[in-house]
Ligand binder design. Sequence first.
Ligand SMILES: [Fe+2]
Length: 194
Amino acid sequence: MRAELLAAIPEFDLITDVDLRERTIRTWELAMQEGGWTLEDLARMPFTLLINPCPVNFIEHTRAVAQIAIEVARVFAHLYGDRVPVDMDILISGGILRDVGKLVEYEEREVGVFVQTEAGKLLRHPFTGMELAARCGLPAAVQHIIATHASEGDKVQRTTEATIVNHADFISFHAVQRLAEGKLLVSSFSAESR
Ligand SMILES: [Fe+2]
């Protein structure tokens, strides 16, 4: 399972600190275990329930956000240097984990039908994701990214890493949402196409 996870999300391996990488992977594994998901399930799961049908799955969106965040940090390093420091390990860990709480927020009620659980309505994934990360001993800087990546964090003074992840997430979300609103979607992995 560990090898399959790292193959599905190779961005885990970009975390250079061995302990942080291990805790990041363990948080993901714990979330999959608690939600009862397989990797195949996550490749079918829409990354959001707010766009239906959603042409991007949970794994793809996770990877896209992590990669967008990394690219932003590279631009900062290139143009701003040490004046705007970014902790790449914290950024990548938070970029991968910011939505991990969805694995306990969502359930597949019937094949291809993904819904929010009753508990998920009360505690959305910024809360449950932070709790999972805390249980796995991730540092406050990563918990902060998870807790503040969505609108729940709009009144919080975000760190540079959390700011980058917040925007990276919405770059992907808004681009896909716009396609859906314009009904320009050409394919879907949702129940219709199964
Ligand atoms: Fe999110």
